[in-house]
Design a protein around this ligand. Structure first.
Ligand code: NDP
Length: 329
């Protein structure tokens, strides 16, 4: 009898109706790749919620094991960079979209997709950070590359009580920025202040259609919401500032004006974590391991078991999840 392991499988019927089940797979069921990993921890990202609920076309192969990120131990490798026993992290590269993903006891992937687990992190801590936290770091790095420094003025973070937002707050405050946190959940104000927010802004202040130019309120920002919120962020960015945009929790459109770009020299910095080159990933994970306060990481993390993944995926799309959800296998 071959070894079996639990997996979540998303299938689609002839009428394109999607269903989700927990099943047992063997290594022979996994897709091609040169490294097989025992998944020790994974997480629930917004994109996983979209995949499991079918609310957006994240899944592009059926049936599919969802889950866009994991941390674990290499079981076998035909790739020169990895050997049995190595601790690794995977984020993105189409895993959980077109390639069998993290919600299974084992994963087989391409060795070039993996990065080493930093010594300072456990596999569970790495997934408490997860793709959301790694993307928050990519956004911070994008602002830094643009030359936005703490002395230039405050920075704003939208969707602050969510995964990307919570980690972004913790990172920016640790780096010395004054951080304004925008949230639709006023009840989470104490949580946001404990992570490092100096001021709380109501989500409603930023969700109405934007004026071409507004009062200059911040030197930079990280936006996970898109749509009117992103247009408002741009219109209120001070001269020469920049907004790093990584999300679409409020919509994929961008109903704004070019005025901030051509009259204030404001920049819009696009951030993608899925296909980010390896050197940027290594830098981001190195900095996450050294800059993220472990107490703050623990405060923004909820831990669940494998059997709770589907429910948590539904909750994240409904905006009910605070901070990060890590799944221990
Ligand atoms: P979460 O669900 O954890 O956080 C999103 C937050 O956005 C919510 O907690 C809520 O924050 C706010 N929000 C939700 N709906 C709305 C709305 N309709 N209008 C305004 N605000 C809203 O998700 P993640 O942090 O994991 O991901 C955030 C976004 O970033 C997603 O769109 C995701 O797809 C994207 N992303 C992109 C990546 C990339 O590579 N570009 C990688 C990772 C994530 P609050 O309650 O505080 O208002």
């Amino acid at each position: 009898m071959p070894d079996t392991f639990k997996a979540i499988l998303i299938s689609r019927d002839a009428d394109k109706r999607q269903s989700v089940e927990i099943t047992e797979l063997t290594e022979a069921d996994l897709m091609d790749g040169d490294v097989t990993v025992r998944v020790e921890a994974t997480t629930i990202n917004y994109k996983d919620g979209l995949a499991i609920t079918g609310k957006a076309p994240v899944v592009r192969r059926w049936p599919l094991v969802p889950g866009i990120d994991f941390a674990g131990t290499v079981l076998s490798s035909a790739h020169p960079d990895w050997k049995e026993g190595d601790k690794v992290i995977l984020n993105g590269w189409g895993v959980g979209e077109t390639h069998f993903g993290a919600y299974a006891g084992r994963a087989r992937v391409k060795g070039e997709w993996l990065v080493p687990l930093p010594d300072a992190l456990t596999t569970t801590e790495a997934m408490a950070i997860g793709t959301a936290g790694y993307t928050a770091m990519l956004c911070v790095m994008a602002l830094e590359r643009h030359g936005i420094l703490p002395e230039h003025g405050p920075v704003v973070v939208t969707g602050a009580a969510g995964g990307v937002g919570s980690v972004a707050l913790a990172l920016l405050s640790r780096l010395g920025y004054r951080v304004l946190a925008s949230t639709g959940r006023a009840a989470e104000s104490d949580y946001l202040r404990a992570l490092g927010a100096s001021e709380i802004i109501s989500r409603d202040e930023l969700s109405a259609p934007a004026r071409p130019l507004g009062k200059e309120r911040w030197a930079g920002g990280i936006d996970v919401v898109g749509s009117h919120t992103l247009a408002n962020l741009l219109s209120m960015t001070s001269y020469g500032g920049a907004i790093a945009a990584c999300g679409l929790a409020g919509g994929m459109d961008l109903p704004g004006s070019v005025a901030p770009f051509i009259l204030r020299g404001v920049s819009l910095l696009g951030v993608d974590s899925v296909m980010a080159p390896k050197d940027i990933r290594l830098q981001a994970w190195r900095r996450l391991a050294s800059h993220l306060d472990p107490a703050k990481l623990a405060a923004l993390t909820t831990t669940i078991g494998f059997g709770e993944i589907v429910e948590a995926a539904r909750d994240i799309v409904d905006g009910k999840v605070r901070g990060r959800v890590v799944v221990t296998m």
